[in-house]
Design a protein around this ligand. Structure first.
Ligand code: F6P
Length: 316
C-alpha cells in the first residue's frame, strides 16, 4: 500500500519519532511511505517526498517536525479537500496518517468521509484530545515548563516575589496542572480549576505574614491578562509580583523519552491498523495500552477533569 504521513497544527516534540515509526514499520510490511510537506497545505499543493529507512535516520531526538506543519484554513472548503484527495489518488496513495490536534482530526475525519483511509495520531503539547491519556509532545513541554518554574523560583526567592507563569494549553489546563504540581506551585489556575482573584490575593497576604519568600502561580493562557494581574497582586497583597509568558519555547526541544516512546508506539500502531483494514479512527494510549476510536467519538469532545486536581487541593 502507498501511505502518506503528515503533521499539522502546532508542532510537538515526538512528532518526528511518530513519522519515523510509520516509515520503519511501513517498510517492514512492504508499504511505500510518502511524507507530505507542511501539513494539509502540502496535500493541497501536491508537495510530497518519498521516505525510507535512511531518510528518517537521526530523527528520533529531533524537536519540531521535519516534514513541516501549518494551519490551513483553506482545508475547510470541500473543493480544496477534493483537490488534496485527488493529488494523493493520482500518486496511487490510498491511506493517510495525520499527526496533530483537534483541527487536524477534523480535517482527517472529513477526508475519511471522502474515501481516504485515514488514521489520526494525537500530536500536540496541549494534551487536549479526548480518547487518549496523553498526546505526543505533552511530557516534553511539561519538562520545559518545570525547568522554567525552577529557575523562576530562584529569582523569586531572592527578591521575595510572586511569579506568575503563563503556559499554553488553549482550553485545556493539563500543562499548567502537571507542571504546577512538579514545580511546587502555590496556585494552579486552569479552565478546569478557575480561582477567584480575591481569594488568591488574600492567601498571598497570609503567606507574606508567615514570612514566605516566594510564591508561584501557574496559569493557563487565555484566562486573564497576567501582566495586569501581577500589578494587582503587587498593589493589593504586599507581595511584589512579576509575570512571565513562556510562549513558544514550550513547543520546542528534543523530545523526552516518554514522547519518543509514545510517538514510536503510535506510529507503528497506525501502520498495524491499516494492515488490519482499520481506518477512520484515531489512536490513543489508555492505561498504558494502545487503543483506537472513531474520529466522531473524539473530535470536539472534552476530556474528563483530571484526577490530579484532587492532589492540587492537598499539596498546594
Ligand atoms: O499547539 C497548540 C498550541 O501551542 C496552543 O497551546 C496555543 O494556544 C496555540 O498552539 C498557538 O498556536 P499558533 O502557533 O497558531 O500561534
Amino acid at each position: 500500500m502507498k501511505i502518506a504521513v503528515l503533521t499539522s497544527g502546532g508542532d510537538a516534540p515526538g512528532m518526528n519519532a511518530a513519522i519515523r515509526a510509520v516509515v520503519r514499520a511501513g517498510e517492514v510490511y512492504g508499504h511505500e511511505i510518502f511524507g507530505v510537506k507542511d501539513g494539509y497545505q502540502g496535500m493541497i499543493d501536491d508537495i510530497m517526498i518519498p521516505l525510507n529507512h535512511q531518510s528518517v535516520s537521526g530523527m528520533l531526538s529531533l524537536g519540531g517536525t521535519f516534514l513541516g506543519t501549518s494551519r490551513a484554513p483553506e482545508f475547510l472548503k470541500e473543493e480544496v479537500r477534493q483537490k488534496a484527495v485527488d493529488n494523493l489518488k493520482n500518486r496511487g496513495i490510498e491511506a493517510l496518517i495525520a499527526i496533530g490536534g483537534d483541527g487536524t482530526y477534523r480535517g482527517a475525519m472529513d477526508l475519511a468521509k471522502m474515501g481516504l483511509k485515514t488514521i489520526g495520531l494525537p500530536g500536540t503539547i496541549d494534551n487536549d484530545i479526548a480518547g487518549t491519556d496523553f498526546t505526543i509532545g505533552f511530557h516534553t513541554a511539561v519538562e520545559t515548563i518545570v525547568d522554567a518554574i525552577d529557575k523562576l523560583r530562584d529569582t523569586s526567592t531572592s527578591h521575595q516575589r510572586c511569579s506568575i507563569v503563563e503556559v499554553m494549553g488553549r482550553h485545556c489546563g493539563d500543562l499548567a496542572l502537571f507542571a504546577g504540581i512538579c514545580g511546587g506551585a502555590e496556585f494552579i489556575i486552569t479552565p478546569e480549576n478557575p480561582m477567584n482573584k480575591e481569594e488568591i490575593i488574600s492567601k498571598l497576604k497570609q503567606h507574606k505574614k508567615e514570612g514566605r519568600r516566594h510564591a508561584i502561580i501557574v496559569i493557563t493562557e487565555k484566562i486573564l491578562n497576567v501582566y495586569e494581574f501581577a500589578d494587582e497582586i503587587t498593589q493589593k497583597s504586599g507581595f511584589a509580583s512579576r509575570a512571565t509568558v513562556l510562549g513558544y519555547i514550550q513547543r520546542g526541544g528534543s523530545p523526552c523519552p516518554e514522547d519518543r516512546i509514545l510517538g514510536s508506539r503510535m506510529g507503528a500502531y497506525a501502520v498495524e491498523l491499516l494492515n488490519d483494514g482499520v481506518y477512520g479512527v484515531c489512536v490513543g494510549v489508555r492505561d498504558e495500552r494502545m487503543v483506537h476510536l472513531p474520529f466522531s467519538n473524539v473530535v470536539g469532545q472534552s476530556r474528563p477533569k483530571n484526577e490530579l486536581y484532587k492532589l492540587v487541593k492537598k499539596v498546594s
